[in-house]
Design a protein around this ligand. Structure first.
Ligand SMILES: [Zn+2]
Ligand SMILES: [Zn+2]
Length: 184
């Protein structure tokens, strides 16, 4: 058992330090056999993970300590957005409602559009576009775009840094993920 403690092994591919020269990272508070992970395997996991999984370990709720470095523009690539026909339709509807709401609001301020019509549009916008589910969706798209231009590296988990970086965004993400579940 002593070997297991000294020899790092990857929680995704179970490869150990002896199997390859891949670099290891421990991105969260998880211990034991899931303490260490290959940087490469973690990167592959992030490529498939959803918006919440990109931000924190869902097992121990640790927020990942990421570092963004800009890639040289030659290695930028167009991200695989994974938007299907239904996704495109939803985005178009979002854009359309947003545009109608904004232009209606301008019309109302100019006195050319009725106030009740604008209230109706606003509540539609609130209900369909400004929902947690949609925020998650657009957050995920944004991350994919960012990953095309930035190299995301995960640092080893450092408790002192976590305390320093504990911002309201931790709670915001909780709220977003909860409302995403409710809106499903
Ligand atoms: Zn691995
Ligand atoms: Zn963890």
């Amino acid at each position: 058992m002593a070997d297991e403690e000294t020899l790092k092994s990857c929680k995704f591919c179970f490869g150990t330090e002896e199997d390859s020269t891949l670099s290891f990272v421990h991105p969260c508070r998880c211990r034991g056999s899931i303490h260490w992970v290959h940087n490469q395997c973690l990167g592959m996991w992030f490529a498939k993970a959803n918006a919440v999984q990109q931000v924190m370990c869902t097992q121990c709720q640790t927020r990942y300590q990421k570092q963004l470095t800009l890639k040289s523009w030659r290695s930028w690539w167009f991200p695989r957005l994974g938007v299907d026909m239904f996704g495109l339709l939803e985005i178009s509807v979002d854009l359309w409602i947003t545009w109608r709401t904004v232009s209606g609001f301008v019309g109302m301020m100019n006195g050319t559009k009725g106030i009740f019509r604008e209230l109706l549009l606003c509540s539609m916008w609130k209900c369909f576009v400004a929902s947690g589910r949609r925020f998650c969706y657009y957050g995920n798209l944004g991350l994919r775009f960012a990953s095309a231009m930035f190299r995301v590296s995960i640092d080893d988990y450092d408790e002192r840094r976590e305390i320093k970086e504990r911002l309201p965004t931790d709670m915001d993400w909780d709220k977003i993920s909860q409302s995403a579940v409710l809106n499903r």
